[in-house]
Write a protein that binds this ligand. Structure first.
Ligand code: ATP
Ligand code: MG
Length: 382
């Protein structure tokens, strides 16, 4: 077990070229002992660069990386006791699958009987027990990926770094392996960082998720917090399926109180929602973004603390266990999710109820969260 700390770490490729690339930009993260952390973000956001700096395959341009109390910036990879599963697998072609997985254990002079037992165990876990005697060029891409993952897991290193460890696998196998890998990591109390661009995987596996975009850390938080308290507009739009309803809006006066006036695509006023929550910074006229998760909008008449809205069905899709219904509400497009099939074809009018506690507000310029569920957003972890 180990704690990993990144303090304002940056990676600049080609610093002396005319167009240097700032692939990772002042990222700070502090992992707990035995924690399972997901690095989540779109392609090119700096996930692999971050991982390779931690492993020692890429130099650190700025900032410090520590394992425990020790600064590891300039240690060679072999000196860090870090196991890494690479995005491109990097298997040894002349070695069988078994020897690929056993390689680092034998190098560390672990007794042969124990090596055999550990290799057999991870191979069974990842369902590659039947290909142990084959060579890397004679197995499929998805199998190669699992061999690469097995090679990292089998080491039980103080820190494991897994770069897109299951991207090549079909969803069913992925879901099964996900649960097994999580159990294995917990059993051996392994501190782990895994990279993914699949949010379901990150939400299912990770204790905390570091959301990255454009080389910058957007938020580092638990799956629950990412959904309930997204730190900014980007995280709100990125996490959740279907994506959060997000609208440009403006704070206005109404009946002596404040209301959020949602603006349509062409900037014309759409519907209004009362904003009964006192907020320091919510001056009249302030531009904001209003966010509402699709599954928090109810069908039916409003109860206390809810606002009634009237929508017209634009699209209605039944996904087998839930409906995604797109509605036009005062010229604004809104998506809701219900767990039942609804006989509501296009142009049907539906009564909606919007709980005040479901509303998120973000600043119109900076995108930073102002309030979640009516409560002021605390300063983001990012
Ligand atoms: N060796 C390199 N030299 C110059 N630029 C690089 C190098 N490696 C990566 N980059 C750039 O740095 C940025 C981050 O790349 P990185 O591989 O870390 O992204 P990623 O989040 O892992 O993406 P993906 O999901 O596609 O694997 C990208 O803009 C990429 O083009
Ligand atoms: Mg990558």
């Amino acid at each position: 077990m180990a704690t990993l700390t990144l303090d304002a770490v940056s990676k600049i490729y080609g610093p002396r070229l005319s167009h240097p690339v700032r692939a990772v930009d002042t990222v700070s993260l502090a992992l707990r002992d035995g924690e399972l952390v997901g690095l989540l973000g779109s392609s090119g956001c700096g996930k692999t660069s971050t991982l390779r700096m931690i492993a020692g395959f890429e130099s650190v341009s700025e900032g410090t990386i520590r394992i425990g109390d020790r600064i590891i910036n300039t240690l060679r990879p072999a000196e860090r006791n870090v196991a890494m599963a690479f995005e491109g697998y990097a298997l040894y072609p002349p070695l069988t699958v078994r020897d690929n997985i056993a390689f680092s254990l034998l190098r560390d002079r672990i007794p042969k009987a124990e090596v055999q037992q550990r290799v057999a165990h991870v191979a069974a876990l990842l369902e590659i027990g039947d290909i142990l005697d084959r060579y890397p060029q004679a197995i499929s891409g998805g199998q190669q990926q699992r061999v690469s993952l097995a090679r990292a897991l089998v080491r039980r290193a103080q820190l494991s770094l897994l770069d897109e460890p299951m991207s090549q696998l079909e969803p069913q196998l992925r879901a099964v392996l996900r649960a097994r890998i999580k159990d294995y990591l917990i059993e051996h109390r392994m501190t782990t960082v895994f990279v993914t661009h699949d949010q379901t995987e990150a939400l299912a596996l990770a204790d905390r998720i570091a959301v990255m975009e454009g080389g910058r850390l957007q938020q580092f938080a638990s799956p629950t917090d990412l959904k309930r308290r997204p730190a900014n507009f980007f995280v709100a739009s990125f996490i959740g399926e279907p994506p959060m309803n997000l609208f440009p809006a403006k704070m206005v006066r109404e009946n002596g109180g404040l209301a959020v006036e949602v603006l349509g695509e062409d900037g014309t006023p759409g519907f209004r929602l009362p904003w009964p929550h006192a907020g320091r910074d919510l001056a009249e006229g302030r531009t904001v973004h209003l966010g509402i998760r699709a599954h928090e909008i109810r069908l039916g008449a409003p109860r206390p603390g809810e606002t009634a809205l009237d929508g017209v069905v634009v699209a209605n899709q039944w996904l087998g266990d839930q409906s995604h219904i797109a509605l036009a509400v005062a010229g604004v497009r809104l998506t809701i999710v219900t767990d039942r099939a609804l006989a509501a074809p296009v142009d049907t009018r539906l009564a909606l109820a919007l709980p005040e506690t479901a509303l998120h507000l973000f600043d119109g310029d900076s995108g930073l969260a102002i309030a979640h569920g009516g409560r002021p957003a605390v300063a983001a972890a990012a």
